[in-house]
Write a protein that binds this ligand. Sequence first.
Ligand code: PLP
Ligand code: ZN
Length: 397
Amino acid sequence: MEITFKTTSRLSSLVCSACSGYFSAFESHTLSKCCSMPLIAQYELDAKLFKEDLHQRAGTMWRYRELLPVISDANIVSLGEGFTPILDLTNLANKYNLKSLLLKDEGKNPTGSFKARGLSMAISKAKEFGVSGCIIPTAGNAGVAMAAYCAKAGMKAIVVMPKHTPRAFQEECYWLGAEVHLVDGLINDCAVKAKELNKNNELLDVSTLKEPYRLEGKKTMGYEIAEQFNWQLPDAIIYPAGGGTGLIGIWKAFAELKALGWLDASVKLPKMVAVQAANCQPLVDTFLGRQVNAKQYIGQPTLANGLAVPRPIGEPLMLQVLKESNGTALSISEKDMVAGIREIGSSEGIFVAPEGAAVWMAARQLVEIGYLSSNEQILLLNTGSGQKYIENLTDKH
Ligand SMILES: Cc1ncc(COP(=O)(O)O)c(C=O)c1O
Ligand SMILES: [Zn+2]
């Protein structure tokens, strides 16, 4: 379908992440036809855009309107996502003798996680292409977000999640109007079930990186970090990586801001650190050379449900981010995540998701081994609120 109206979006094309082959941004795509790999949105970044214009805009991710892929404003499906606060963890910083420890709290997004950003964008683009319904295999948070944005857009929603996913995620999907299917397994098994349920291709599959626009929503975390740091950047960003859209998106945002000149050429890019659960650490194993890639990796469930992604299609892109940023990857045990939730909760008053707790425990380890110095500015990403995970924490007192 051709889209012809006037737009403020500077979207120009899509390119294959494996071979850089060109695809039109004005047609609906899933994976690239050439390599069956994720497609990446490109923008005209030489156009005159001024960061000063942001001052008068609303505090949502849509403030970066020109750098987002939705063509017509009428297609934006929003529940007020983005522009989450960056909090100063002064108590923990004092306890561990750290100069600057900050946390961007993505738990404050609609539906309680950063998944709101990606799904708001993907469903807006689905609306733009006239899609009538969407389906998603999910570890939990993305399913809830998709259910919410499909409801707002008047689209059918089917969510497929592991049957061990805490009830709060399952229930919320139901109350948001989605059809919920439970599968005995992890997200890759849910993907097989989703394919089966959608064998007639009636629904758009919005699996991580299998359509190009969730990444565009996630990248707004990177724009916000730059803006909230007053167009400087922290020394290190510690991020919980499952499918990887957050890690890849934040890095993409920094490249775009450099190209625009909103980030000065002299601004040093941060080390990007990917944190996984010891129960499911495909990226860590590849990064450390224990396997060639994650294509055959077998993972176990973890209480950080969002990190149970055994065979992420975005693995090559995540590895590229770690390499380009001089970053690293490490994993955290279940026991340490529980300790991290309690430590952040009791010292800072923030009830983080286990994924966010993993990030904090990773920072502690990295300071201990000297990868991070206590003088560096460290930014933790808490990707979700802890509330829906209570069931995972029963008997862990
Ligand atoms: C709270 C939370 N953190 C992190 C992740 C992993 O995110 P990504 O797939 O973008 O790497 C998820 C995914 O479900 C999640 O729900
Ligand atoms: Zn290709």
